[in-house]
Ligand binder design. Sequence first.
Ligand SMILES: [Zn+2]
Length: 188
Amino acid sequence: MKTYKLLSPSVFFLIIFCFILPFVSVSCGGSKITTVSGYGLAFGTKVDSGFGASERSSPDFNTLLIWSCAAAGFVFCFVSIKSQKLLKLALSIVGTILLIILMLRMTGDISKEGITFTVNFEFGIYAVFLLFIAAIIINYIDFKNTEGIIETYPLDIIEIPCPNCKTTNNSIDLFCKQCGSKLNIGDK
Ligand SMILES: [Zn+2]
């Protein structure tokens, strides 16, 4: 149970970490011109625009939001607030949706000054995608478990009458506190 508690912050931390990996590469006529990491996309980076020239790319708000979802999810693992688990689950889902939007936006060729550039996804973006799916699963199970405890706890301790002397006993007792008869637990 203790090790399971570490899964949720770990997966968010790994997503943040994976932003240093290459996310996309741009190629022209089959040869790779430049590779951009997640941080490069999110905060802007010096991009080789081909033919020896380089320019600074502007920060991509979409990528920045994905990073923020993971960062906020990581922070909420250590901040005890109401509906903390629901919030972490929501952040995992929103992060995944934003990442799908980013990938759809970047699919396809870009034409610039008559030259066609092809954008390819690199392993960093796939790693982040898989980690977000893992985050949804982990945080969903975590959220579902807490809900289950709240729902079933009052049902576990109910009062049941003794079949012999009709004394009221708790359902967690095996024998009647009055006469010692075996209580019919399964029968309610
Ligand atoms: Zn009894």
